[in-house]
Design a binder for this molecule. Structure first.
Ligand SMILES: Cc1cc2nc3c(=O)[nH]c(=O)nc-3n(C[C@H](O)[C@H](O)[C@H](O)COP(=O)(O)OP(=O)(O)OC[C@H]3O[C@@H](n4cnc5c(N)ncnc54)[C@H](O)[C@@H]3O)c2cc1C
Length: 381
């Protein structure tokens, strides 16, 4: 197999291209945008959180956990760091296990890929959106504005629907559907949550290190510790992003604004000082004034608000603000090598597949893992 098209120049497509070129295969990489790796360059708040040392299937949502677990066992965080280091640079974990390039610049990770593809003299076509993909006798015919070309194998690595400003508007799912694949319902994850505006009024811009519990009909679904940022329309921050993988409209969220402080400690602190002053050095002053108003001067109610500030989920800010996509081509429709069970020599990698990970490097890990499984299978043929 030596005439391979890769559709999508993101983390997955770039990794597959490097692997296949290193294995001596001829590949053509089609990227609809005018630059490679635009989303990769924006990851981790621009710092590039490429994987996580606490890797495991429990950090993912998918339709086939056993397959995903085997995939991560074959190519996990260690292999990712080795692979990225083979391109150049140094990659280090922070205290929470999130792995970043030592220079803390995501765009430099993209530059490593670009440099390696140049060295390998890969055929990279920018501004080349693939608009149709069809089976032919010996393989596939692929259409771009420049015309039709044929390939013996195709890797679909065109991303999901999240953050369409980076070229991923979900339109590439039509290519998979056209070849008979199912696309499971698509929804945004790792995204800001919308709440009842009244519940967060006056709190915009306040950031707390909190613990947030999502409840459905009173039943806890999960607790998430980390940054919570109050916004005009709801909640943001890394704890909220992680919670967004579980929460849906109608769920209740309770925010423990002081997770490291016991009720007894708080009770005693609140005894000192009258009015909102009792909250000095307990919470941010702006937050304190609002909480005092909301508790109506009742310190028992104030304590309850501090340990379980309630908000109701009204939805999310949608794909435009999301970091990842839930849904896509089911793992049940692909083999261990992520080759289509319906169309031989059609492979999938990255966010197009129904795998989405928690915040913290898990989605890029999936892009690298899937790209490696696919390129290994193609290289062996
Ligand atoms: C702001 C932001 C921050 C993030 N931060 C992190 C993080 O720190 N850590 C982490 O693990 N994950 C993070 N993610 C998620 C992660 O970036 C994605 O899951 C990952 O990049 C997906 O890789 P991919 O190769 O599957 O798709 P993408 O990187 O989305 O690449 C797909 C590419 O395909 C191209 N394309 C689409 N359709 C076509 C077509 N028809 N023809 C040709 N080309 C096409 C697109 O232009 C795009 O360049 C973040 C996401 C965002 C939006």
């Amino acid at each position: 197999m030596n005439n391979i098209a890769i559709i999508g120049g993101g983390a997955a497509g770039l990794s597959a291209a490097v692997n296949l070129k290193r294995a001596g295969r001829e590949v053509t990489l089609f990227e609809r945008g005018d630059r490679l790796g635009r989303k990769l360059s924006a990851t981790g708040n621009g710092q590039g959180n490429v994987t996580n040392v606490h890797m495991g299937v429990e950090h993912y949502h998918t339709d086939d956990e056993p397959l995903l677990a085997r995939a991560l066992a074959r190519f996990g965080e260690k292999e990712t760091v080795e692979f990225l280091s083979s391109l150049g640079g140094v990659f280090l974990p922070d205290a929470r296990g999130r792995v970043y390039p030592a220079g803390r610049q995501a765009s430099a990770v993209t530059d490593l890929f670009r440099r390696e593809l140049e060295r390998l003299q890969a055929d990279v076509r920018l501004n080349s959106q693939v608009t149709a993909l069809a089976r032919t006798k010996g393989g596939f015919s692929l259409t771009t504005a420049a015309g039709k070309e044929t390939f013996s194998a195709v890797i679909l690595a065109a991303g999901g629907c999240a953050a369409p400003n980076f070229g991923t508007d979900g339109s590439a799912f039509a290519l998979a559907k056209g070849l008979g694949h199912t696309v499971l319902p698509l929804s945004p994850v790792l995204v800001q949550l919308k709440t009842d505006p009244g519940e967060v009024r006056g709190l915009k811009g306040i950031r707390v290190d909190a613990s947030l519990t999502v409840k459905r009909k009173g039943r806890p679904l999960g607790t998430f510790r980390g940054d919570v940022l109050f916004t005009e329309s709801g909640l943001s921050g890394d704890a909220v992003f992680r919670a967004s993988s579980y929460a849906m409209a109608g769920d209740e969220i309770e925010i423990d604004l002081l997770p490291d402080v016991s009720r007894e400690q708080l009770e005693s602190a609140l005894q000192k000082g009258e009015g909102a002053d009792c909250l000095l050095c307990v919470v941010n002053n702006g937050l304190g004034r609002l909480l005092w108003k909301r508790c109506g001067g009742d310190k028992r109610r104030l304590l309850a608000l501090l340990k379980a500030f309630p908000v109701t989920v009204k939805g999310t800010l949608g794909f435009a603000y999301a970091q990842a996509t839930r849904g896509g081509v089911p793992l049940k429709e692909v083999t261990e090598s992520l080759e289509s069970r319906l169309v031989p020599n059609l492979f999938f990698a990255g966010e197009m597949l129904n795998v989405d990970g928690d915040c913290g490097g898990y989605n890029l890990q999936w892009a690298f893992t899937s790209a490696h499984l696919v390129s290994e299978a193609i290289s062996c043929r």
